[in-house]
Ligand binder design. Structure first.
Ligand code: CU
Ligand code: ZN
Length: 534
């Protein structure tokens, strides 16, 4: 006799993640697994959910997230789970909370932008970190990458040079150990010190160490503006030489003079695929980017770490050098040749709350100083931890990236909440709106891509990149990570001015067979877990 189902979701249009159009059917869940698909009207079930007129899809996988820090402050993963995200890939852009070395733990602490309670670096290895994180439970599943910047800090602090052979083998050892203990790959952030201090050879040497464990290489590439195409080539080279799959993070062409170059970047991806390499990428559906305010500085300014940077910015001569370099039209050196000050908005500050939501041009005018000095003052006042939003991308480029078959969706945001400490500031709305925005704005309104295709980019395509079995698809025996949404209503509501707003139209979300969102409300359930590679 067949055991009863715990739950039957009845009559939804099931879009299964594979990219094929959906059909109306029932889906049955038992424990944490999809147990039956088809006409289940006669099956015994603990509960039934009527979902006709709605879409049932695999839970979304956020391919590019920075929630590893924020989840320590709030395990409910509010702004992500309410988008239908059931798995987040964290540790991106070269930065993860482990591994940690006793010698350089304070450098890591200074580098970290946000240190909630619990984020106390009592761990050393990635395995210890993941156990500490998992012990407290979480609303959604987490896939951890190892950040190259973190590895470098652990082995050699903020030294602005290549590693010695001993330092390199230390990084390789730490990375190999992390891969054995549950990490899924290596990430780099090659515009961020200390990652930016690395030559390509160093990254290839590390990628080789990770490739032995079947991981993939995710890169915030070395330039997203004038040097975009060289930077894409470098990422592909790492994949070719290390024998590793490549994920180009948040594909974009920054700055008006570079608009349109996403087409050429995607052509390089196609070319690499033609060569037999496994190259993919991700994108968020917005024409503004966001990063730390200190990224405005040339990378020598961060040599030695954040304390050294702050001391340097107090020195008139160093400041003058920063200013000279940022104003000189050096390719790839700064953001200033591609963005105007009026297009830089201060997002979040710990101290200068009055600056939040305002443009650097305005702040400078109010203080009666040059915008660059206003930026440097803010960097100093915020001890290097403030964020900015840059209105510097082209809508046509966003559409191009969204439509490309090898590009999936990644928010580049974190799990935030409109209450408590995660409600601070005016962060980029992508943390609240990415997935509903693709489904509402780019599928329903602009018709840039079809619904089944968009769902594929949020589910089976990232699952394929990860080598994640049993998720990203609605299939019998797959894990019951599911989202039910209203295709006519789904929309992002978060804006740059008012970012802490949940989206509309995401009605139910299940993680590992349990409701985390039911009728649009968070149940408080924490059924997610740290996923480890098969
Ligand atoms: Cu990122
Ligand atoms: Zn990045």
């Amino acid at each position: 006799m067949k055991a009863a189902l715990d739950l039957v979701i009845e009559g939804a249009t099931v879009i299964d993640g594979t990219g094929t159009a959906g059909g109306r059917t029932d889906v049955g869940v038992r424990d944490e697994t999809i147990a039956a698909i088809g006409d289940l009207s006669r099956e015994a079930a603990g509960a039934r959910l009527h979902a006709s007129g709605k879409v049932l899809a695999p839970g979304f996988i956020d391919m590019h997230s920075h929630s590893d820090w924020r989840l320590w402050a709030n395990r409910r993963a509010e702004s992500k789970i309410r988008q239908g995200v059931t798995t987040e890939v964290v540790g991106n852009c070269g930065f993860s909370p482990a591994p940690v070395s006793t010698e350089y733990v304070n450098d890591l602490r200074g580098f970290a932008l946000y240190l909630p309670g619990g984020m106390d670096f009592r761990w050393r290895s990635v395995g210890e970190y993941l156990r500490a994180f998992d012990a407290e439970g979480t609303a959604l599943n987490v896939v951890q990458l190892v950040g190259h910047g973190t590895l470098r800090i652990a082995a050699m602090g903020f030294a602005r040079r290549g590693p010695t052979p001993a330092e390199l083998s230390r990084m390789q050892r730490l990375l190999a150990e992390a891969m054995e203990e549950g990490a899924w790959g290596l990430s780099t952030g090659l515009i961020y010190a200390p990652g930016s201090y690395a030559a390509t050879e160093e990254i290839v040497a590390l990628a080789r160490a990770a490739a032995r464990h079947r991981g993939f290489y995710a890169s915030h590439i070395r330039g997203e503006g004038a040097t975009l195409l060289d930077a894409v080539r470098e990422a592909i080279r790492v994949g070719r030489e290390a024998g590793m799959a490549v994920q180009i993070s948040h594909v974009k062409a920054a700055g008006r003079p570079n608009w349109g170059k996403v087409a050429e970047a995607l052509a390089l991806v196609d070319e690499a695929v033609g060569e037999g390499l496994d190259v993919m990428g991700d994108v968020y559906p917005y024409t503004a980017s966001s990063t730390t305010l200190r990224t405005l500085l040339p990378d020598w300014a961060l040599e030695g770490g954040i304390e050294a940077m702050l001391a340097r910015l107090g020195d008139a001569e160093a400041r003058a050098r920063v200013r000279r370099e940022l104003e000189a039209p050096v390719i790839g050196q700064s953001l200033l040749d591609r963005v105007g000050w009026e297009n830089v908005m201060i997002a979040s500050c710990a101290r200068r709350k009055d600056a939040e939501g305002r443009r650097l041009s305005e702040i400078a005018a109010a203080r009666g100083i040059h915008p660059l000095d206003a930026a440097i003052e803010l960097i100093v006042e915020e001890a290097g931890k403030g964020y900015m939003i840059l209105f510097q991308l082209d809508e046509a480029d966003v559409r191009r990236a969204l439509a490309h078959p090898r590009i999936m969706i990644g928010s580049d945001g974190s799990a935030l909440a409109p209450y408590g400490e995660l409600s601070a500031g005016k962060p980029h709305p992508r943390s609240y709106g990415t997935f509903p925005r693709v489904l509402g704005e780019y599928v329903r309104e602009q018709r840039v891509l079809g619904l089944a295709q968009a769902v594929h980019k949020m589910t089976a395509l990232p699952a394929r990149r990860l080598g994640l079995p049993d998720r990203g698809v609605v299939r019998v025996r797959a894990k019951a990570d599911l989202v039910v949404f209203d295709p006519k209503r789904v929309a992002d509501l978060a804006t740059y001015e008012d970012p802490h707003r949940y989206p509309a139209g995401i009605e139910h979300v299940l993680v590992n067979g349990r409701f985390v969102i039911k009728d649009g409300e968070h149940t408080g359930s924490l059924p997610g877990r740290v996923l480890t590679p098969p």
